[in-house]
Design a protein around this ligand. Structure first.
Ligand code: FRU
Length: 503
């Protein structure tokens, strides 16, 4: 890459991750979910297609399995499932702009074939009343060839002067860029206004280098948490869709829980005001370990979303409690998105079907009490379970699916038609820490029918409910030897089960 110079912090990170990777047992990693090359991973960044390959960068601390000054890790894939590591892309090495971290951002291909990264640089801000120095977050660029990146000499390209008076210069981050049909560029950035409430700012540029503020696209107005992190904005199925990850949420029924959550707003943009008019909104994933979504458009036109398969509220498990693993954090499965009846629907990318083998299938299996099925077990599987009442006039009271199970441990999905709630639970999955271990969600529709597709990849499960109208994602601490799957019904249930092992 022309003008590329490997700074000392980047050279050190690249050298360290290469050496460290050789100590990590590849068997400790999932089969088709991306983990950090070494150390710590949080948000997906720069998820994009560039010169024949999918690129996925990530918030990265190669030196420890804990968050610290953020780098960008980097991997590429041809099928969104098998990832090959490339050297770390960015290190916090600019004394003014990003000394305290290269925070989340996104990527795009420039017309001249170079790859452009836009990220939040965290530099020195103002001194606080207690004497400590605060941060300043600004939006910066790096230009590269898919491996090496040069930080732009005129960084930052979107600075704090764009913020309204009283807005926090410490909470202005996570730019998501896209190109419009006329060739110009847009970008959304999360910010916090003078009242401490989140808002999403919209910027425009003709060349992706010099930016101007268009205005406020969406406002939290103190409803869903405080700061809205990791915004993403796109058109899908005739609607405008905004995805954000709010911090410090308050609970609301079974839809939103306290802590860090995710929020999807579906609507349209008012041409007069330039603001997103909300038509419907909901949580993106009703499970436990899910945060910081980012989407991309595949060459064949699919809108695909990925997220960090963790959450700031659930990272208290000591990653090396059972001996050295050397990495912590993983991405979700990439999911194809659609908008149906005011809801964001998610479905595993179709590429996963190529990994399926050894199909086992049962139809019309009556269940009353406990049941197990020959050949239905495993921890790296794609399984669909469809449940209904044996007699519509006689609704069942409960259906439970146990998985990652042995004599001592299990996880479960328990459904109760009367309340229409599905509960995901890992209380008995082997965790020795008291953090969030179960979540409920409300399932609308015909109360006695339930359709669940489970993708398990060793220490995780992603559940796609009723064709993907809802999803629940959870990591599983249990040893892989716990691979039994069993069923339980209180009342009379009939089920169809189709299961594949995944290579
Ligand atoms: C979200 C987040 C982002 C930030 C990054 C820092 O998980 O807090 O807002 O850019 O992580 O690692």
């Amino acid at each position: 890459m022309e003008g590329f110079f490997e700074s000392a912090p980047l050279a050190e990170a690249r050298d360290y991750e290469r050496r460290m990777e050789s100590y990590i047992d590849p068997e400790s990693r999932p089969c088709f979910h991306l983990t950090p090359r070494a150390g710590w991973m949080n948000d997906p960044n720069g998820f994009s297609y560039y010169q024949g390959a999918y690129h996925l960068f990530y918030q990265y601390n190669p030196y420890a399995t804990a968050w610290a000054a953020m780098h960008w890790g980097h991997a590429v894939s041809r099928d969104l499932l098998h990832w090959e590591y490339l050297p770390a892309a960015l290190a916090p090495d600019e004394p003014y702009d990003d000394k305290s971290g290269c925070f989340s951002g996104s990527a795009i291909e420039l017309p001249d074939g170079r790859q452009l990264l836009i990220y939040t640089g965290v530099g020195a801000g103002r001194r606080k009343p207690d004497g400590r120095m605060g941060d300043r977050q600004t939006q910066c660029l790096a230009i590269g060839d898919g491996v090496d990146y040069v930080k732009y000499e005129d960084n930052p390209v979107i600075g704090s002067e764009n913020l309204a008076p009283g807005a926090s210069i410490e909470h202005f981050r996570d730019p998501k860029i896209w190109q419009c049909e006329d060739g110009s560029y847009r970008c959304v950035v999360g910010a916090t206004n003078a009242e401490g409430s989140g808002e999403i700012l919209l910027f425009a540029s003709d060349d992706a280098f010099s930016w101007r503020k268009l205005g406020v696209l969406a406002e939290n107005n103190d409803r869903y948490g405080t700061m809205w992190e990791c915004p993403d904005f796109f058109e899908l199925d005739g609607k405008s869709v905004l995805l954000v990850s709010p911090q410090f949420m308050l609970p609301e029924g079974h839809e939103f829980y306290s802590g860090n959550g995710t929020l999807c707003i579906i609507g349209h943009v008012d041409e007069q005001t330039g603001k997103l008019v909300e038509e419907s909104l909901h949580t993106i994933d009703n499970g436990i370990d899910f945060y910081a979504t980012q989407t991309m458009l595949t060459p064949d036109g699919r809108r695909v979303m990925i997220a960090w398969m963790q959450n700031w509220d659930t990272i208290t498990e000591s990653p090396d409690a059972k001996g050295f693993k050397g990495w912590y954090g993983q991405m979700t499965l990439p999911r194809e998105l659609s908008v149906q009846d005011g809801k964001l629907c998610q479905w595993p990318v179709r590429e996963i079907e190529a990994l399926r083998h050894d199909r086992v299938s049962y139809t019309d299996v009556p269940v009353e009490g406990k049941a197990a099925l020959e050949g239905v077990s495993g921890r790296v599987i794609d399984m669909r379970v469809k449940v209904r009442a044996q007699d519509e006039a006689d609704p069942y009271r409960e259906f439970t699916l146990w998985f990652a199970q042995d004599e001592r441990f299990h996880c479960s999905l328990r459904y109760r038609p009367k309340t229409g709630t599905l509960k995901i639970n890992r209380i008995h999955a082997g965790s020795r820490r008291a953090y969030v271990h179960h979540r409920k969600c409300d399932i609308p529709g015909a109360p006695c029918t339930l359709d669940m597709r489970l993708i398990m990849d060793k220490n995780s499960v992603e559940v796609f409910i009723n064709g993907g109208t809802q999803a629940m994602t959870m990591t599983i601490p249990t040893d892989l030897s716990a691979d039994a799957i069993t069923f339980f019904a209180e009342g009379k249930v009939v089920m169809d089960v189709e299961k594949y092992d995944l290579a």
